[in-house]
Design a protein around this ligand. Structure first.
Ligand code: GLY
Ligand code: MN
Ligand code: MN
Length: 462
């Protein structure tokens, strides 16, 4: 946990937004795995943790936007709790860890909110994304849970996004700590993905490295030779010489910050010419995108740049024909790159996405594209120094997509379908890094993880 003053500063930053009334942040509770006392690993609500620091269930924070006073609501441990969990800090001690002066029993929270509302003061809150929170907020606000989501505060959401999207040095250090372990996980994957090994055996090795730090996954690991299946969470294929494996695996640091890294490599450690041509295409897309990142640039335009690099390279190989700009603007390129170039990353792997993807990733006159593929871009808006984001171009041969588009003749003036069909069993390639927008450009976070063909082959050769 960061120093108490960090949380006081963040709450003071929220005060600058000029909101009036109460700002309510409800933390997460334990979620049962199959019965109440057998719980899933606890993950705190990120906005609660951002402003109140604490990583335990059953807490809520209230900030009086007019006076600036913050109150932590929760319960002191009683002797029965201590019997099961051992000695725990008092509520006041927890509050002090986040420089919160006032703490009250959780049972008083509903009355505090009712009192404010009776006095005509608004209660601002963020859109809840968990069923338990939705039900609890219905109770706290004396409204039906179905209405809770509609009542979220866009003004508070914008204020929270403006703070959380600019990372401080202590947050960058946490993200780089997560990337340090992720580095070891990816190297281990490259070195253990031998012919005859089953994918889940490699996943077990990677996740074991993370568990040795007592950390958790930031998202379910993607490790598959069926890399063209974008969210492929199955790990049951037997690896064979020459298979291209896509490994999209990260972790959440103890301080609660995510990493999100993808590497793609050949089983056996040597790229074929065919694999290398397309791998270098994706690498060029990623390097061009990273080079283009700087404050003032719209990420939508960086996405289009990466798509254009892909189209130019793939046209030379015979996959597309026609004007590269038109192939990007028409959406034809998405037959090979059907997802977005990246998203913000921080406490959440898709940072703040629960607050509303468009509120977080668009705005400032940048609107989400209606096109298939480009429309999946989660971050389109203008970049600012201090933002952290992923740069993750990909290139995939998805037989069902190729077949469907060819059947309807979609973009047939641009796409050489016969060539795409030749690659139906190729799989997919993605290369993903986590990048900080700096004052004059960008910096790839963490120690470099092998990325060029030569680097990947060298690390796999040992
Ligand atoms: N690992 C999920 C993503 O790359 O967005
Ligand atoms: Mn990823
Ligand atoms: Mn990602």
């Amino acid at each position: 946990m960061f120093a108490p003053s960090v949380f006081a500063q963040r709450r003071a930053g929220l005060q600058q937004a000029g909101l009036s009334g109460l700002l309510l942040f409800v933390g997460n509770v334990d979620s049962p795995m199959n019965y109440a006392d057998n719980t899933l690993p606890f993950v705190q609500d990120s906005s609660f943790r951002y402003f109140f620091g604490l990583n335990e269930p059953g807490l809520a924070g209230v900030i009086d936007a007019d006076s600036g006073e913050a109150t932590l609501f929760g319960n002191d441990p009683d002797v029965a709790d201590i019997v099961w969990t051992g000695q725990l800090p008092s509520l006041a001690e927890r509050a002090a860890q986040a420089a919160v002066a006032a703490s009250r029993p959780y049972a008083e929270l509903a009355a505090r909110l009712a009192e404010a509302r009776a006095a005509g003061r608004p209660v601002h809150y963020l859109a809840p994304y968990r069923g338990e929170t939705l039900i609890e907020m219905g109770r706290l606000l004396d409204t039906h849970p179905a209405q809770v989501k509609d009542g979220f505060s866009p003004a508070l959401t914008r204020a929270v996004v403006a703070l959380r999207e600019i990372k401080g040095p202590e947050e960058i250090a946490e993200m780089e700590a997560a990337l340090g372990v992720t580095h070891a996980m990816h190297i281990a994957a490259m070195q253990n993905a031998k012919p005859g090994v089953i994918e889940y055996q490699v996943v077990g090795i990677m996740e074991g490295i993370m568990r040795r730090h007592d950390w958790q996954l930031a998202y379910p690991s993607i490790f598959s030779k069926r890399g063209e299946v974008l969210h492929n969470h199955r790990h049951d294929n037997v690896l064979q010489q020459g298979d291209l494996v896509l490994n999209d695996t990260g972790c959440a640091s103890g301080g609660g910050y995510a990493s999100d890294i993808t590497r793609t490599f050949p089983v056996g450690g040597k790229f074929t010419t065919r694999q290398r041509e397309l791998y270098d295409t994706v690498l060029d897309m990623q390097l061009a995108a990273i080079e283009a990142i700087r404050p003032g640039v719209r990420y939508l335009d960086v996405h289009k740049l990466a798509a254009r690099v892909m189209v130019e390279r793939m046209s030379a190989l015979g996959f597309f024909h026609g004007d590269a700009h038109e192939i990007v603007e028409s959406g034809a390129y998405a037959i090979a790159f059907p997802h977005g170039l990246g998203h913000q990353i921080g406490m959440d792997v898709h940072d703040m996405e629960a607050l509303g993807e468009d509120l977080v990733g668009y705005g400032d006159n940048v609107e989400r594209s209606p096109l298939f593929g480009m429309g999946y871009l989660r971050l389109g808006k203008t970049l600012k120094a201090g933002m952290t984001l992923t740069v993750e171009p990909g290139l995939y041969f998805i037989p069902a997509l190729i077949e469907a588009w060819e059947k309807e003749g979609r973009h047939s003036q641009f796409i050489h379908y016969a060539k795409f069909r030749e690659y139906a069993d190729f799989g997919g390639i993605r290369i993903e890094d986590n990048v900080l927008v700096t004052e004059d450009g960008s910096r790839v976070l963490g120690a470099p993880i092998p990325k060029t063909v030569e680097e990947v082959e060298a690390v796999m050769a040992v």
